[in-house]
Design a protein. Structure first.
Length: 133
């Protein structure tokens, strides 16, 4: 089922607006992906407007973590989601979004990619807290 993202049919006062056209396909959206930790990686491939595709990451175990000190990246296991600046409820539920602070085998890192849009988790190690795990 789609999520309608077009203009609603109500005025600020609560009255109905006159309908001048039907709903269009480009006004349909999708629910949030809500990427979480799991035993295996699961991705879905959705077609978007123009014949393009979005790869949505539903479940994951690993992240590509960049160490800014050595400028090297490696694939490491994610241990837990610590906090999310956008919404603390997402961190409590273990949902990984851009900006979330995660604990990995390499240390604490901040997610820089959008897992629901990119299909992968990229993160950067935090300087002061890279030793803690």
């Amino acid at each position: 089922m789609g999520f309608y993202q077009g203009p609603d049919n109500r005025k600020i006062t609560g009255g109905l607006k006159g309908k001048h056209r039907d709903k269009r396909k480009y006004e349909i959206g999708n629910p949030s992906t809500l990427t979480t930790l799991s035993a295996e990686d699961i991705r879905t491939k959705d077609r978007t407007l123009g014949g393009n595709f979005k790869v949505r990451l539903k479940y994951t175990t690993t992240a590509n973590v960049l160490d800014p000190a050595t400028n090297t990246a490696k694939k490491v296991k994610i241990l837990e989601v610590l906090e999310t600046p956008a919404n603390k409820e997402l961190a409590r539920r273990g949902i990984i979004i851009r900006g979330a602070k995660i604990r990995t085998e390499a240390g604490l890192a901040v997610v820089t990619s959008r897992p629901g849009q990119d299909g992968v988790i990229n993160a950067v190690l935090l300087k002061n807290e890279s030793q803690g795990s």
